[in-house]
Every structure is written in C-alpha cells, then in structure tokens.
Design a protein around this ligand. Structure first.
Ligand code: PLP
Length: 358
C-alpha cells in the first residue's frame, strides 16, 4: 500500500508514452511526476500525476527570491528488469543541507525517497537500457508562499520530474577562465545546490559559449587565484602522475561524482591531493607538461575531458593527454552504476517497478 496517491490519468499517460529515437540530455520528459506540499507546518500526502504544467501564485517566493533547491541523480537499467539509483542517500543528505542553507524546511528522507521511487518505479519501462543511457531524476523544492517579507516561505512544494537521457555528451570541453565575475560569494550559497548559483553563472557561461568555449572555469571569490569548479561540474588535474582536485570550501559544490572518483582512486591504491589549486600554477604546469591531463565530473556528464583552457588574454593552454585517466575513471564508475562491476561501497539502491494493481 502506497502512502501517496496515484491519479487515474497517470496510467493512461504511461501507457501512451513512447521513448523517441533520440533522447539527448534532459529534453525528453518522463510521463509522470510526483508532488507534495508543505502547508501549515506539515507535509501533505504526495501525489503521482502525469507530467505537465503546474499552477502556482505569481507571487510565490521561488519566482522572486530564488527560494529553490534541487538535486540531480540517475537511475540505470542496463540488462536488468529493475532500475537502480546511484548514491541516492548522498543526494538526499546534500538536498537537506541545501534547503537548510536557504532556511527552507527540508524534505523528510522518507518523503524524498517516496517521490523518487514513485517516479522511477512507474517509469521503469522508460529507463533506457543501453550503456551510458539513464533516467535523469530531478527532485526539487521551492517556496510557494506569496509576498515579499524577507524570511523563509511558510509553504513549499517538493516535486520529482525525470528525463530518459543519453549520457550528457559535451565531447572534450573547452573551458574559459572567468577572471571578472564569481559564481559564488564567500559565505554565500555556493555549497548549496540552488538555482541561484546557476543564475550567477549564466552571463559568463553565455559569453564563454559565444567565444567558442563550452563553459566557464570559476576562480575563488576571495582571491580570484584558485580554481574552484565549472558551472555544474567539479575539476581534476593529473599532475606528476597524481590526481589533484580543489579542496572543498564554502563556495564549491561538493559533487557526489567528485567524491566517487576520489573513492575509486583510493580503491586502486592511488593518492588524491585535495588542496587549493592556483590557476597560475596549473597553466604553467600544463605548459611544461607536468600537468598531463585535466577533466571535469558531475552526474550528467560523469567524467568529461578538457582539451583547452582559455584565458582572458586570449592565450590557450592544451593538456598533452585527453581522456586517458578520465576515460579509465568514467568506465570504472559507469561499470558500478550499471551493475557490471561489484559495488564495494554500497552505492546502489534498487527500485521496484510500480505497476497498476487491481
Ligand atoms: C551538481 C553540481 C556539481 C556536480 O555534482 P554531482 O553530485 O557530481 O552531480 C558540481 N558543481 C555544481 C555547481 C553543481 O551544481
């Protein structure tokens, strides 16, 4: 017996849904979504409904104060009847911390998993099953109370939507160092997964794209000397044969993929150096060849090589090796995610399909 209700028209939406031949990343909406409301100090009963427009008051704080946090995770189903999530408990822990950082009432863990498992369960037939493909799952929480009082919203909505997707394929990325703007402030919300950080990044990212790059590379807001991350991915460099990555701080988003790569490297007996990484040093090390390879990681793209680092003065730095360490790590991680390799860290959570009863 479910705690949530299933609207009758969900079954029709699910029965009529067909996976299109081309999925891309995040462009195809799964036919069902989950929604639960927080009102008068308590969470109401969740509901599984067909994917479609939602109604909210135009004064809702999410639209005015960016009172919004989200997560991104993937469900895989390669060669198996049931879908499985990857490190969903870590996504929940971060979702909770993100909500707390912007004074929102966190979603209880049971409700979070109810929503995720309802959507993944009912969409199990639409979890694409070729290697690299997945159902991208997007839980999010937003403030719905209207009005401009500067305090946390007393009402909120938790939703889960999903997208059958290909691996986010950016190919080898060209990144542009952003010397002027910052993505996140000292003491700000950079460590929280909130849309506000993306808003702050869009102008530089748009300019980077207009100049022929894939995305901006952010420096720390305090000194503008140290590398932080890309707009939605963490960064690694292979220096003297060792893996280096910026140490986490207040303005870096602690990626689950970043943490997973560190664990995989440790499993293989390799050292990972987490430290402040001055951009000047990295550029010099790329030029000298001491830094052989640079790559980024995140749930969407998994592990993605970087072929060019562009600077504001027009200079470009090209690591000698593209996609060697990155590829090895990507394949090891994907093998665990797709359950072709053992799961020594207990990262996999299987989801039972949700089918119509009676
Ligand atoms: C989500 C995100 C990442 C990557 O985190 P994963 O948990 O690995 O997907 C990195 N940076 C930012 C700013 C993000 O929003």
């Amino acid at each position: 017996m479910n705690n949530f209700s299933i609207r009758d028209d969900v079954w029709k939406a699910v029965a009529e849904f067909r996976l299109p031949p081309t999925l891309w990343f995040g462009l195809v909406a799964a036919p069902a979504m989950y929604s639960a409301r927080f009102e008068n100090g308590r969470w109401g009963r969740g509901e599984l409904v067909p994917y479609g427009p939602i109604e909210m008051l135009p004064g809702a704080r999410a639209l005015h104060f960016a009172e919004q946090v989200f997560e991104g995770m993937k469900a895989y189903r390669v060669g198996r009847p049931n879908a499985n999530l990857f490190r969903a408990a870590d996504n929940y822990a971060r979702f909770r911390r993100s909500a707390e950082r912007i004074a929102m009432t966190p979603v209880p863990e049971a409700l979070f998993f109810e929503g995720i498992e309802a959507v993944v369960g009912v969409c199990t037939p639409f979890v694409p099953d070729h290697s690299g493909q997945s159902l991208y799952v997007r839980p999010f929480l937003f403030g719905t109370e209207p009005g401009y009082a500067v305090r946390a919203s007393t009402s909120a909505r938790f939703m889960v939507i999903a997208n059958p997707s290909e691996a986010y394929a950016a190919g080898a990325m060209k990144v542009m160092i952003e010397r002027d703007q910052v993505r996140a402030a000292v003491g700000g919300v950079g460590r929280a997964k909130t849309g506000a950080n993306y808003a702050a990044s869009l102008l530089a990212s748009t300019r980077a794209v207009q100049s022929g790059y894939t995305v901006a590379l952010w420096l720390d807001p305090n000194t503008r000397r140290n590398i932080e991350e890309l707009s939605g991915m963490n960064l690694f460099a292979v220096i003297g044969g060792e893996l280096h990555t910026p140490a986490l701080n207040d303005s870096i988003l602690p990626g689950v993929t970043r943490d997973s790569l560190i664990a995989l490297a440790h499993d293989a007996g390799r050292r990972v150096v987490e430290r402040a990484m001055p951009i000047a040093d990295l550029l010099q090390q790329v030029s000298s060849g001491e830094c052989s390879e640079v790559f980024a990681c995140g749930t969407a793209a998994i592990v993605c090589p970087i072929s060019v680092i562009g600077d504001a003065d027009g200079r470009e730095y090209r690591p000698a090796v593209i996609d060697q360490e990155a590829r090895a790590l990507r394949e090891r991680l994907l093998a665990i995610q797709e359950r072709r390799a053992p799961d020594p860290h207990g990262w996999i959570r299987e989801v039972a399909p949700l089918v119509r009863s009676g």
